[in-house]
Design a protein around this ligand. Structure first.
Ligand SMILES: *[C@@H]1O[C@H](CO)[C@@H](O)[C@H](O)[C@H]1NC(C)=O
Ligand SMILES: *[C@@H]1O[C@H](CO)[C@@H](O)[C@H](O)[C@H]1NC(C)=O
Ligand SMILES: *[C@@H]1O[C@H](CO)[C@@H](O)[C@H](O)[C@H]1NC(C)=O
Ligand SMILES: *[C@@H]1O[C@H](CO)[C@@H](O)[C@H](O)[C@H]1NC(C)=O
Ligand SMILES: *[C@@H]1O[C@H](CO)[C@@H](O)[C@H](O)[C@H]1NC(C)=O
Length: 574
């Protein structure tokens, strides 16, 4: 132990000799070369580079059959805000009737509002989007796709429902093949029409064949029969788009694929989608122990859907979302759990939802959407801190391309904190560790045998220093204070033991100072119903190019020199 202070006392001196080196920056998600295809579980572009779909859903399937919000803001300003909020993609919904009912498709936007008595929407639309208001509904839909394209936003066309209106219930006649409004032949006809219409539109990168299959008629045999038929129909017309298939039971269940794979004439274009909300598990989030409920929900998610990644297919979490006001306990706890999974698995996703308000939803005009990214008048983000959290998963952590000739060279870990959407980082050598944007994360290495967490290419490891004390970086990493294990049912507490009396502590963040500390582990006992989220961390695989300026490279070689040349003799002297 006596050796350590010696190094510490050298720190100020050594840091003077540090030369700042900067690794070259590859933009994490540069403009993609279309069309997209799949490479095992990844979606990639023409050059083989990963493209992570970080989408937001934009509804265009309600009664008015017009993309929401255009009575509040000009289309171009909405598209630009989608980009500035960090999304690269929109999941644009459409009702089947738009594609199979010519008299609906040729109704103008103005008349659609008039038929619904939405006089205020007409005035707002006229003011904000005069060039769209007298287009037919199908041309207005195309105008939205086209404007998104102009702003480099990718689009997934999502057949959300049959009859225009809010989705989804088991008995709305749109749940499953054979329901009142869901004739399989007309559905194929509609998919064919949309595939034809958007053939050659390069920013339309995928078609999601049907949202949330459900209801009393659902069954596995018809799922294969019709989904395979729909997939072939779309692919035959537009082989450029990704074909995205939804599961059963409101798209929560793909488990039937374990036994029976989908059989298609084409490869490299198939993606599966799944939905995951807080209300699926509901009250247990509030009444139960969040570690336990999260553990169970994660297990269920893997069993019902996550396994497709291991089968070599991309998984698109095409709906998740919360009341962004942060007042719903169920949503808050679920989101912490979900963000950990989303970072770890690094799958593609679409947030529900963009809309701050709807022209008309379930009979209410101007319906306020508390799950919406935008505020009621679509002028700005409803809650910017929610956006900050989402930004943690917008960029890819991993991808299929390694540096040529150096497989694994870029492999490292980042330590992700779902409550903030940030990652463990170190501003400078002498400042305590804190949280920052994951793009500025340190490259960590987790040694699963020794349980140490070190900065890649250095001797520095994380060390617990005491209750409510900042975590240290040290170079003697053999003690219990340097061993970190994921514990609890959620597996998201990173736990170590203190030197003095061996007490178990957990990594935590002091949210006032933003400093990483260790504290007594929260809510480990099943009966503890407290909220452990400040202590939830995920060790996430990453191959991102680092763009941090790291003094450690040089510092480490100085340290190396001391180790080799002086440490031995010091120990002998002592
Ligand atoms: C087609 O759309 C028109 C206009 O919205 C509507 O009046 C008609 O009922 C629809 N036809 C069918 C078969 O749904
Ligand atoms: C935004 O979300 C945070 C965290 O969930 C919450 O504390 C805050 O009150 C929300 N702000 C607004 C304006 O809704
Ligand atoms: C938009 O809504 C926000 C809050 O809902 C409000 O503060 C703001 O004044 C509104 N802006 C306009 C132009 O109506
Ligand atoms: C790292 O890259 C991200 C995204 O390109 C950028 O926003 C951030 O400012 C960069 N950080 C540094 C320290 O250069
Ligand atoms: C992370 O990487 C390790 C080592 O390459 C691998 O064993 C593990 O399965 C990966 N985890 C995930 C979630 O991809």
């Amino acid at each position: 132990m006596g050796r350590f202070p010696f190094f510490l006392s050298l720190l100020p001196f050594l840091s003077l000799t540090v030369i700042f080196l900067s690794t070259t920056i590859t933009p994490p998600n540069p403009a993609a070369a279309f069309p997209l295809s799949t490479d095992s579980r990844w979606i990639v572009d023409e050059t083989g580079r990963r493209v992570k779909l970080s989408c937001v859903s934009w509804a265009s399937h309600l009664e008015a059959v017009v993309a929401e919000g255009l009575s509040k803001q000009p289309i171009d300003s909405i598209s630009k805000k989608i980009v500035s909020m960090g999304f690269n993609c929109v999941r644009l919904t459409w009702p089947l009737f738009l594609a199979i009912n010519d008299s609906l498709a040729s109704t103008t936007v103005r008349h659609s509002f008039m038929n619904l008595g939405l006089i205020d929407s007409i005035a707002g639309f006229q003011a904000n989007n005069p060039s769209i208001i007298d287009l037919s509904l199908i041309n207005a839909y195309q105008a939205v796709v086209s404007n998104l394209g102009k702003n480099n936003v990718m689009v997934i066309l999502d057949n959300h429902i049959s009859k225009p209106g809010w989705c989804c219930s088991k008995f709305d006649g749109s749940g499953f093949f054979g329901d009142q409004y869901f004739n399989p032949d007309l559905w194929i006809k509609g998919l064919t029409m949309m595939a034809t219409l958007f053939k050659g539109t390069t920013n339309v990168v995928g078609m999601s064949l049907r949202n949330e299959l459900r209801g009393p008629k659902q069954n596995v045999n018809d799922w294969y029969r019709y989904m395979q038929k729909g997939a072939e129909a779309v692919h035959a017309i537009n082989p450029d788009v990704l074909v995205i298939l939804s599961g059963l039971t409101f798209d929560k269940d793909l488990s039937f694929l374990i036994k029976r794979p989908v059989s298609l004439s084409f490869t490299g274009k198939l993606v599966f989608e799944v939905h995951w909300y807080g209300f699926s598990d509901g009250l247990p989030w509030k009444r139960g122990n969040p570690n336990h409920v999260c553990g169970r929900a994660m297990h269920q998610f893997m069993r019902k859907a996550g396994f497709v990644l291991e089968q070599g297919y991309p998984l698109f979490l095409s709906e998740f979302g919360v009341d962004v006001r942060g007042t719903d306990v169920i949503d808050n706890r679920y989101l912490n759990c979900l963000l950990g999974v989303a970072a770890e698995l690094d799958f593609d996703w679409a947030l529900w939802t963009l809309a701050g308000s709807y022209y008309l939803k379930e009979g209410v005009s101007g319906f306020d959407e508390v799950y919406g990214l935008f505020n009621w008048n679509w002028s700005e983000a409803r809650n910017s801190s929610f956006l900050d959290r989402i930004s943690g998963i917008q960029l890819p952590f991993q991808g299929p391309i390694e540096q040529p000739g150096q497989p694994g060279a870029k492999q490292h870990k980042v330590i992700f904190h779902p409550l903030t959407g940030q990652c463990l980082q170190r501003k400078s050598l002498l400042e305590p560790l804190n949280l920052g944007p994951c793009t500025d994360s340190e490259a960590w290495i987790y040694n699963t045998q020794q349980k140490t967490i070190t900065i890649k290419g250095t001797y520095f490891c994380l060390q617990a220093d005491g209750l409510n004390k900042p975590v240290k970086l040290g170079v003697i990493c053999s003690g219990s204070t340097s061993k970190w294990e994921p514990i609890s049912d959620s597996n998201m507490h990173l736990s170590s033991k203190l030197a003095c009396h061996g007490a178990r502590v957990c990594l935590d963040v002091d949210l006032n100072s933003n400093t990483i500390v260790t504290n007594t582990c929260k809510c480990l006992k099943i009966r503890h119903k407290c909220d452990p989220a400040s202590q939830w961390f995920k060790i996430v695989n990453s191959t991102r190019s680092l763009n941090v300026t790291t003094p450690f490279l040089r510092f480490n070689s100085v340290l190396d020199f001391f180790r080799k040349n002086m440490l031995g003799s010091l120990v002998v002297l002592a």
